[in-house]
Design a protein around this ligand. Structure first.
Ligand SMILES: Cc1cc2nc3c(=O)[nH]c(=O)nc-3n(C[C@H](O)[C@H](O)[C@H](O)COP(=O)(O)OP(=O)(O)OC[C@H]3O[C@@H](n4cnc5c(N)ncnc54)[C@H](O)[C@@H]3O)c2cc1C
Length: 405
């Protein structure tokens, strides 16, 4: 048990949660993350549910779990999504997916960068930034991973948590295709600041959960509040003073909202003028909408505006298990429609860390333990991939990818 060692490719939310779970179980692991420490990352709100939250409770030390709860949105969600018209009249709701989420501090929403910061805390020497995994060799009784600098590292297991473009999956499952996922305007994200004055004037329906506003001309805007239970930096100073957390002011995440059919350049082709041009289109769409929606769009912080080209996978039929396995987007990247991708990655991490800990204690053969995890993961994730795919009926609309993309 003592020398059992797990290699993790990718330090996103899934890989880091796995590392926390293994650490909590006393299992040695190392995370190899492609990006350098401090690389700029888009900050936006992640809808959390009990699947993801329960995995965090199982994997994190109690203090970090408490910090996650305090840094999460304070208002309990009513459902995953509420659909309204452009005058803020409620039209319908999307039912809650996942286990009951009604404890004292239910799982709500968190700023992605804040969550990642919490997940990296206290992992110490196990974190290796600027260390992309490029391939692996499975020796049967151990695995060797190759890194971009030409070095190799060795462990009992290699877990691919390296996202939809996974280099490990490319080698393990060369036939799996990445499918460009046209989410239309929902690929556009921005933040609008939520001061106490703005919050006080918003209609209650905009505070419910994930809100989609639509008009009859095809205009569409998705919104989600992030207002933590306790200011993030203060919560960190109180609960885990050795962790420095950047302050995050409350914001409304805004997605979509450009005139239907608008073309936008690929993210790499954005110029300094692109955010203002995109914003002008958004303001045009909401010109005659409810003043609260109009105000939110008008106050968008242009420096936070970005467009994300989503990609997804189809469910992969069962494969022979080995010492190399996958979690999160590396094996089940899905449409963003239901806000499930990160929650499923965390759920994977919770189950896989428990299975690997059992194998490390000699309770089960390691490949059998991985096989049990993989079967469980396919059973709970694949139906959600199917549900998420019906995106155009629920979301969609607006921005189209330009020819340069
Ligand atoms: C705009 C947006 C909004 C979203 N909203 C929600 C939401 O509200 N709720 C929800 O549940 N999900 C949401 N998702 C989906 C969610 O973000 C993903 O499902 C989740 O991030 C998957 O986590 P992961 O750890 O598997 O992969 P990732 O988060 O993609 O992390 C993969 C990591 O691996 C690293 N990496 C890549 N290649 C290599 C390599 N070769 N070697 C080493 N490291 C590598 C990357 O740098 C990255 O850090 C959203 C996604 C987007 C883009």
């Amino acid at each position: 048990m003592s020398d059992f060692h797990v290699l993790i490719a990718g330090g996103g939310v899934g890989g880091l949660t796995l590392a926390q779970g293994l650490k909590r179980a006393g299992i040695s692991c190392a995370v190899y993350e492609r990006d350098p420490a401090g690389a700029p990352r888009s900050g936006y709100r992640l809808t959390m549910n009990a699947d993801g939250g329960n995995a965090l409770r199982a994997c994190l030390p109690d203090d970090l779990y408490d910090l996650y709860l305090q840094a999460s949105r304070k208002t309990p969600p009513r459902g995953v999504a509420v659909v309204i018209d452009e005058q803020c009249h409620e039209l319908t709701t999307q039912p809650h997916l996942g286990p009951p989420n009604d404890g004292e501090r239910p799982h709500t929403a968190i700023d992605r960068r804040t969550l990642r910061h919490i997940l990296r805390a206290w992992l110490g020497d196990a974190l290796h930034d600027d260390a992309a995994v490029t391939g692996f060799t499975d020796h049967g009784d151990h695995v060797e991973a190759q890194l971009a600098d030409g070095s190799t590292v060795t462990g009992d297991v290699l877990v691919a948590a390296d996202g939809v473009g996974s280099a490990v999956r490319r080698q393990l499952m060369p036939d799996v295709e990445i499918i460009p996922a046209d989410v239309g305007g929902l690929g556009l994200f921005a933040r609008s600041p939520l001061t106490p004055e703005v919050l006080a004037e918003l209609p209650d329906v905009l505070l419910d959960g994930f809100v989609i506003a639509r008009d009859k001309r095809g205009g569409m805007l998705a919104l989600g509040v992030y207002d933590p239970r306790e200011p993030v930096a203060e919560a960190a100073a109180r609960i885990a003073p050795d962790i420095h957390m950047d302050a995050v002011d409350p914001y409304m995440m805004i997605s979509g909202g450009v005139p239907p059919g608008t073309s936008a350049p690929a993210p790499a082709d954005w110029t300094d003028d692109t955010p203002a041009e995109v914003h002008a289109g958004m303001r045009e769409v909401v010109a005659d909408w409810h003043p609260a929606l109009r105000g939110l769009v008008e106050r968008i912080d242009l420096s936070t505006l970005f467009w994300f080209p989503f990609r997804r996978l189809d469910p992969v039929p069962a494969w022979p298990s080995s010492r190399v396995t996958l979690l999160g987007d590396a094996i089940h990247a899905m449409m963003p429609t239901r806000g499930q991708g990160a929650n499923m990655a965390l759920r994977d991490a919770g189950i896989l860390s428990a299975r690997l800990a059992g194998a490390a204690r000699g309770e089960q053969d390691v490949v059998a333990a991985i096989g049990d995890y993989e079967q469980a993961m396919r059973d709970y994730v694949y139906p959600i991939m199917d549900l998420s795919e019906d995106h155009s009926r629920f979301g969609g609309g607006g921005l189209k990818q330009g020819s340069g993309a």
